[in-house]
Design a protein around this ligand. Structure first.
Ligand code: ADP
Ligand code: MG
Length: 292
């Protein structure tokens, strides 16, 4: 049976846009010591836009954009959607059909077009060290502005870099500041590069960040967080976040997140409203005082 105080707290939450899938999650929230956040779509709006395209000498920008968009049109990644949208606005011809496509989650996409091998994704995916061998200065500078850098490789050579900007949600800072005031440690986990991660972490006010995380790394970092802090939460929106949402003591999904995230989570922020997390914690502490 469910305690009247729990029931009233759950319905109070629902009225304020927080859906608890059970009383135990409210109880766990009252013991929370640390929260990990995904970056894209959680701390940021998750709607990146292409800001810069830098093409290697001797190559045509329209060819690169056409091939890159043709390949990315087969991926559902937010970066892929942004690249396709940008190319469609710039080009008049229609996209072409690559011969074989491999969408490597957390890394990028690989495909063949007219016997040319194309790879589009993070630096490590195209065999570059973190610093990068092409447009090093430009890529590093754009990343330190919080832009995500996507590398386009043709037959083993870097053909272009595409920079994309995603904006931090207006309410992110307030949400993080309120949690820190409650004595909660905040950490950002991202698959993005170190420079980009650092810039977004700074704007978001999180205590710390870990960049270049693969989905399985997010789970490892959560387990470490649990060892240090005990009860921890994870906030995320993507398919990639589902394993970490399941590992956390309290998995919190953004309401506009993917179905898998919503199903896996214990708590759903119905309007993506991050400051509600601190309110929910206060509510859970109040409820605990009433019960005990
Ligand atoms: P995040 O954790 O920030 O949501 P992901 O784990 O989905 O990011 O991806 C990590 C990185 O891999 C991206 O920042 C990007 O550089 C690269 N990447 C992944 N998928 C794609 C894609 N379809 N096109 C281009 N780059 C990609
Ligand atoms: Mg995300």
């Amino acid at each position: 049976s469910i305690m009247p105080a729990t029931l009233s707290a759950i319905s109070n939450g629902a009225r304020h846009g927080i859906l608890f899938k059970g009383g135990v999650h409210l109880e766990n929230l009252s013991h929370l010591k640390a929260i990990a956040f995904d970056k894209t779509g959680t701390l940021t709006k998750g709607k990146p836009e292409v800001t810069d395209v830098i093409v290697a000498d001797g190559l045509s920008e329209s060819e690169i954009l056409l091939k890159a968009a043709s390949i990315e049109s087969h991926s559902t990644h937010p970066l892929a959607n942004a690249i396709v949208k940008f190319a469609k606005e710039k080009l008049d011809g229609s996209l072409i059909n690559p011969e074989s496509i491999e969408d490597v989650s957390g890394w990028g996409v690989k495909a063949f077009i007219d016997r040319d091998e194309w790879k589009i994704g993070k630096a490590a995916f195209v065999g570059l060290e973190a610093a990068g061998q092409f447009g090093e200065g430009a890529a590093a500078k754009m990343a330190s502005q919080g832009k995500t850098i996507v590398f386009v490789q043709k037959n083993g050579e870097i053909a272009a870099i595409i920079a994309l900007q995603d904006v931090v949600r207006e309410e992110t800072r307030t949400a993080i500041d309120r949690l820190k005031n409650e004595g909660i440690y905040t950490l950002m986990l991202t698959g993005d590069s170190r420079n980009t991660g650092m810039a977004i972490a700074k704007t978001s006010h999180v205590d710390d960040y870990i960049a270049e995380c693969l989905p399985e790394n997010k789970v490892e970092h959560l387990k470490k967080l649990q060892e240090t802090y005990g009860t921890v939460a994870m906030v995320g929106d993507g398919i990639n976040d589902a394993p970490a949402l399941a590992t956390a003591n309290v998995g919190i999904a953004m309401g506009e997140g993917t179905d898998v995230a919503l199903e896996t989570a214990d708590v759903v922020l119905m309007k993506n409203d991050l400051p509600r997390i601190a309110e929910a914690i206060k509510l859970s502490k109040k409820m605990n005082r009433i019960i005990k």
